[in-house]
Design a protein around this ligand. Sequence first.
Ligand SMILES: C[S@@+](CC[C@H](N)C(=O)[O-])C[C@H]1O[C@@H](n2cnc3c(N)ncnc32)[C@H](O)[C@@H]1O
Length: 235
Amino acid sequence: MKLHLGCGHNYIEGWVNIEGPRDELCYNDIKADIHARIEDLDYPDNSVDEILMNAVFEHFPRHIAIMQLRKFYNWLKEGGKITIVVPDFFATVNKLKKSKSPEEQQFWWRHIFGPQDTITFGTHYDGFDEKKLKYIFSIVGFAKFICIKEGKWPNLRFTAIKKKPFLSENDACQNIINYMALYEAREEAGVAFAEWMKAMGLNIEQKPLTLKFKTQNQSLLNKIKCKIVRKVKNV
Ligand SMILES: C[S@@+](CC[C@H](N)C(=O)[O-])C[C@H]1O[C@@H](n2cnc3c(N)ncnc32)[C@H](O)[C@@H]1O
C-alpha cells in the first residue's frame, strides 16, 4: 500500500490519495480516495510500503509534525520509504533577497509562509534545510537519507528509509521530548511545553517552574525532568 497524503489536485493512480475533509477545503474539485485530516489517519504498524507528501509537511505545527513522522515510521514496513517535498528555506530567502520588485518578492514570501488559501491547511508552520530534515527524521528512527535540491521553486525532495536497527517507541518519545524542549525559551519555561506534550499525547512528569531561562542548550534540557508516563498511539 502506498499513501499519497495531501494529494490536492495531483491524483496519482496506484496510490491511496488522501486529502483533507471536504468542508475544510476551499477547492471543491479535488479528487481523492479518502477525505480526512492526516492527523486523524491510522494504519496498522508495518503495513505501508511508501508515503509521499508533496508540499504538505510544512503545513503541520512542529509538535504535530514530529509526532506524525513517528506515526509514519510505525506504519512503514521494513525497507519502506517516505518522501516529502518542502520549501528549501535558505534558497527561497536568497530568491527573496534578489527580487527586484514587491510583486516578485510576494511570490517568495508565499513560498515560505504558505498560500493561506484555506484557514485550516494553507499556512506553513516551519522552515527546513537538509540538516534539520536529517535531524528530525533520525530522532524518530529513520535512516539512510537522500536529499535533492529542486530548482525553479526552491524545494528539497527528502527521502528516508525505515531500516534496522529499529528505534523503540520509548527512545523515540524521549528524543521527541528533548527536541521540543529546544523550542522552549521563555523565562518561566514549561507552560507551552506542557501544552505541546498534551497535544502530542505525551503525558509527562515535569517541574516547569523550576526552570531558569537559558539559551537553547543542553542545560535547559537537563532541567526539564521529564519521564514518559503514557503514550497515546493516534495523535
Ligand atoms: C500545497 S498543497 C499540495 C498539493 C499536492 N500535494 C501537490 O503537490 O499538488 C497542500 C495540500 O495538503 C493538504 N493538507 C495540508 N494539511 C493537511 C492535513 N493536516 N490533512 C489533510 N490534508 C492536508 C491541503 O489541503 C492541500 O491540498
